[in-house]
Design a protein around this ligand. Sequence first.
Ligand code: MV4
Length: 449
Amino acid sequence: MFEKILIANRGEIALRVIRAAREMGIKSVAVHSTADADAMHVRMADESVCIGPAPSTQSYLNKAAIISACEITGAQAVHPGYGFLSENAAFAQALEDHGITFIGPSAEHIRIMGDKITAKETAAALGIPVVPGSAGGVADFETAIGTAAEIGFPVIIKATAGGGGRGMKVANNPEELEIAFRTARSEAKNAFGNDEVYIEKYLQKPRHIEIQVFGDGKGKAVHLGERDCSLQRRHQKVFEEAPGPAITPKMRAEIGKICAEAVAKINYIGAGTIEFLYEDGKFYFIEMNTRLQVEHPVTEAIFGVDLVREQIRVAAGLPMSFEQSDLEINGHAIEVRINAEKLPNFAPCPGKVRVFHAPGGLGVRMDSALYGGYSIPPYYDSLIGKLIVHGRDRPEALARLKRALGELIVDGIDTTVPLFHALLTEPEVQSGEYNIHWLEKWLARQFGE
Ligand code: MV4
């Protein structure tokens, strides 16, 4: 096992990894920018290294500085958290070239899944159901029209290099397709430096369902069910739950088996998430994330596993500490993302937190790097905490979420907490009857446009 690992991240996820490492008897190294000298992850780690100025391009994204920090401290492995360098194949490769273990999948698997067309082709070849659409990139409008004629309107045009919803265009007829195809390509060229696009059948009212998978890198893999992350605003998740309210045990077992077998077949190592759109009882692959996700705690809650501990174990060459038959769902979990944002526009509002009080009690987990007196710097993501609740069933989890939100105090800045108080009063949230468009429509109704 590693004696010391470095965490190439900040905020709550850095604490999450430091905690797992400490429980395993592994020393932790924090890295930080000059803006984060007084951040909680620096205080909580066993040692820390300043790797550059505030902008993340010069610090948390600075591969050479992070590798130097490993060499200075003798860290044998790097956990990338999520965001930053977590899905950067060149970083995973550079670490390997320096004899440092990347706690995550191989550079090759990161690269395959980072290209949306290659990812979809790979998924299809592995038996994962995909959205009907073009076989690969679509070079000209004639091909686009041909594909649309085969699969039928409406269609959606997506950028191969896109992700997070950027560079997508919907077309309901050939006239719209001509405009959508041209604008999608030029926008993709501008945004990603790559104008390749592909076409899919547009699913009108799907849910976002993602399957958690985990591999040992030696041909063994399991699934840990699904998360329903349909409640999103501008492709940012705000509320996630497991199990999915619309997913039956039979469907879970079927899609889970397909996903676990697929990642086993490619000797995938570590945590991964296979994202689907789910409509009318069918799953359609859209992307695979080759990292630990923000919302992993809801899966940890219902399965009673520590996913970060497992990531570190398999990276060190040890077996996973469970197999499929050990994995049973216990109850229901919900996560809400607490952001330093001001409603109704979700404008980021960094600043000084005067008082911070985390909720507690049975079935409550608060992952946050806040403390009273801390100044949230303006340079990074606005996520300041995740509140995760676990109950014996969905109604209990919802009641516990309401209770815990009532205990939470974040004084001095605006947060998304009022949004969750309001959402909890909505019948569709209470019943779980929502899709990927519900939240945006609700926000438009609440706040106008
Ligand atoms: C789609 C879709 C409908 N049909 N693909 C948005 C982000 C990217 N990961 C995939 N996205 C979508 N792909 C087809 N064929 C609708 C979306 C979509 C969406 C997906 C998940 C969660 C929220 C969303 C909000 C708008 C659109």
